[in-house]
Unconditional design. Structure first.
Length: 416
């Protein structure tokens, strides 16, 4: 049962509650390692990436309990600094434990992390930056060992913006001696959420939301209860599903303030967007072209995680369009699958050119990564006939129950 069957053609209508953010929950859970005691994380999504992170924490000696979307992490018995290869190998986000474990335990041994195949994403920038903070690292073919008697604050001038490196340096810096400056720091909402969690625990961080973070190291942090905001990428997924089927859907708790570039593109394509106090109302089909194309970029630009979903909307709009991918070099893996469904898309370097067709039809297609898998499900919702999307496990990494949520909005969808 690692597939989803979709009978296309239904118009989505109704309301769905947006789950807690995957990309915020993972670094927040990593940050609990810095706190000797029990932290409570509310609205933590029920997804496989979170399960892997919790198992990693347990393998390090933490006590983890869960009551639906409330997770308690007790790190008072933290005893291990060697991360098991089976967990590290399936989740790229395990790298963010590096900075936290160095700060708390002074040493880490781990294999090189895995995850979705959407780009090279080398970790050399992580290791180089941590070496500047006093970390000694010995690498081999499978992984590395890192040790630091005392982490020291330094000024980092990064060669490019990286969410992962920014997260790791924040986690290493909050308990380091002295001041750490990160520039250019990633500005993604998930970075802001991580900083807010650490601030609530007693960390000294300024510049939150800008490209220059300043962290004054403190001796200790205290346990806190923290609420994870809604997932902007999941909200964007259901927004796109509505755009492709011509429905009318209210996205409860969707973070409008963090989705401005996405909402602007949706409106430019003819979809009506109304931001309300407790969510976003989406109505109408995408039926116009984006005159200037779509270019992915670091926040506040258009998120790469929604690029493949908007590719589907373009394919169904009846107009030509193009997408330029500037973040990950291997993010067009969905193109052959969409072409199996009747799309006409050509890739030239970092650009994908979408040409109008008579619509999409059902097919058996393969999810090859998380967001591309969700995009195939959305394409199948608007296609004529029956589709099967295989490799559902990729989609489960980021969505609590995409089949149930879409079924409640009127989709004819089931596990296969």
């Amino acid at each position: 049962m690692d597939a989803i069957r979709i009978y296309g053609g239904n118009c989505l209508k109704g309301q769905t509650k947006i789950q807690g953010s995957k990309n915020a929950s993972l670094p927040v859970l990593a940050a609990t390692l810095l706190i000797n005691g029990t932290c409570e994380i509310e609205n933590c999504p029920y997804i496989s990436d979170v399960f892997h992170m919790l198992r990693l924490l347990e393998s390090l000696g933490c006590k983890v309990t869960r009551e639906e979307n409330l997770v308690r992490v007790d790190t008072s018995q933290l005893s291990e600094c060697d991360m098991p290869a089976d967990s590290v190998g399936v989740m790229r986000s395990s790298i963010m434990l590096l900075g936290a474990l160095l700060a708390r335990m002074g040493s880490v041994s781990m294999e090189y992390p895995g995850g979705c195949v959407i780009g090279k994403r080398p970790i050399d920038l992580h290791l180089r930056a941590l070496r500047r903070m006093g970390v000694e690292i010995v690498e081999n073919e499978e992984g590395f060992c890192a040790q630091a008697a005392n982490l020291r604050g330094v000024s980092h001038e990064l060669p490019f913006v990286s969410v992962g490196v920014t997260e790791n340096l924040i986690l290493a810096a909050v308990l380091a001696q002295g001041r750490t400056v990160i520039h250019p720091a990633a500005r993604e909402p998930e970075i802001q959420i991580l900083c807010e969690f650490l601030q609530s625990a007693g960390a000294g961080i300024t510049g939150i939301g800008t490209d220059r973070l300043v962290i004054e190291g403190v001796q200790r942090l205290h346990p806190v209860r923290f609420h994870v905001p809604a997932d902007r990428i999941v909200a964007g997924t259901y927004l796109t599903a509505c755009m492709c089927t011509g429905g009318r859907v209210f996205l409860q708790d969707a973070p409008c303030q963090h989705m401005q570039s996405v909402l602007a593109c949706a409106e430019s394509m003819g979809t009506r967007i109304v931001c309300e106090k407790d969510g976003i109302l989406v109505s109408g089909r995408a039926c116009k072209c984006l005159d200037n194309g779509l270019v992915t970029a670091c926040y506040p630009g258009f998120p790469t995680d929604l690029q493949s979903l908007f590719m589907v909307a373009m394919a169904l709009s009846g107009h030509s369009g193009w997408i330029e991918e500037t973040v990950f070099e291997n993010r067009f893996r969905i193109v052959p699958e969409l072409c199996r469904m009747g799309a006409d898309i050509t890739v030239q370097g970092a650009r994908a050119y979408v040409h109008p067709t008579g619509g999409l039809h059902g097919a058996i297609v393969e999810a090859k990564e998380l967001r591309g898998g969700a995009a195939l499900v959305v394409a199948a919702l608007a296609a004529k006939g029956t589709s099967i999307v295989t490799n559902r496990h990729y989609i489960d990494r980021g969505y609590e129950d995409i089949t149930l949520n879409l079924r409640e909005l009127g989709a004819d969808i089931e596990l296969a």
